[in-house]
Design a protein around this ligand. Sequence first.
Ligand SMILES: NC(=O)c1ccc[n+]([C@@H]2O[C@H](COP(=O)([O-])OP(=O)(O)OC[C@H]3O[C@@H](n4cnc5c(N)ncnc54)[C@H](O)[C@@H]3O)[C@@H](O)[C@H]2O)c1
Ligand SMILES: [Zn+2]
Ligand SMILES: [Zn+2]
Length: 358
Amino acid sequence: MKALVFQGPGKTSWQDAPDPAIKDAADAIIRVDAVTICGTDLHIIKGDVPEVAPGRILGHEAVGTVVETGGDVRSVRPGDRVLISCISSCGRCRFCREGHYGQCRGGGGWVLGHTIDGTQAEYVRVPFADLSVHPLPSAVSSHDAVLLADIFPTSYEVGVLNGNVGPGDTVVVVGAGPIGLAAIATAGLYSPGRIIAVDLDASRLAAARDLGADATTNAEEQPERLVEDLTDGLGADVVIEAVGVPEAFEMCTRMVRPGGRVANIGVHGKPATLHLEDLWIKDVTITTGLVDTSSTPMLLRMMAAGRLPGAALVTHRFELDQMEEAYEVFSHAGETGALKVVLGGPQHDAIAVPLQEQ
Ligand SMILES: NC(=O)c1ccc[n+]([C@@H]2O[C@H](COP(=O)([O-])OP(=O)(O)OC[C@H]3O[C@@H](n4cnc5c(N)ncnc54)[C@H](O)[C@@H]3O)[C@@H](O)[C@H]2O)c1
Ligand SMILES: [Zn+2]
Ligand SMILES: [Zn+2]
């Protein structure tokens, strides 16, 4: 098969790779029908995630068709169209039993495209298939469903739920990439008073307004001032970091009100300074997190009901073998206007289910 292989910092190529095979009775082999690229893949290529070894196939978000299952797999069969979650779950360890699949100690967690070969390939082996893939209803297209592999559960769980967004809150989202935009969309489910988006890129700020931000500001134009002006000098109730660089995290800690929450989503490759000399007195809560994907079944129901924006987040489509071109487009989002780029054939678009008259 062909796959996108990481060859050390700064280097990847779309090349021949061995077909994956069942290694464990809980595995499934899945043909990849739709796959996307994450900001985290760019962090890996930058060298920010050093445990990713050269030779690793990247990618942790996909929709595909099951082609083979190990003897212990019960919930999916060959031919099923499934969402491959970015998090795999053994289902047995303490963390899985508490729903914290991201922290799985039984061989799951974030393994795809990280410590085992991932989804940016024609085929992928998914461990613990019963708990790590979700059969898809026909009402959800593969191009929408692929957004539920990572960006929606991440922004919702690590941003909105960790930040404890509530009615009337002022919510600032720093970073309006796909994760920040999905955080804006899912924060909106809680009726905040206002959502302010901060980014460096005008086209991403425009997308933020389309997805529900009430105000937007360039990160270089003193966004702290705007937040102060809009909150009578207090600061925001919730600030969500969706970038993954020290400047952005430190900005979040300057924008939060006393007693407020900073929810970090960004993957950081460098230390950020925690200004405890300012923060110790402010009663702030700072959360960090890897997504658990425990919200995926609920988000899937919302997507099927048309309550989550799918198409608005997908700006570019490619064939699977245009992987290198798709990376070029995604990694130069400033020039290309890319949000999510989705690769893969159109063979599984949504089947319209006519409503039955009672
Ligand atoms: N915690 C998790 O489980 C998890 C899961 C998935 C992704 N992530 C991380 O979330 C982050 C966002 O992902 P993405 O796919 O949206 O990435 P992205 O790179 O597409 O988006 C980041 C955005 O931040 C903007 N930006 C850069 N510097 C900035 C600054 N100083 N101030 C404000 N904005 C700035 C960029 O213009 C861009 O629009 C990444 O760090 C990614 O690795 C975390
Ligand atoms: Zn990701
Ligand atoms: Zn586990």
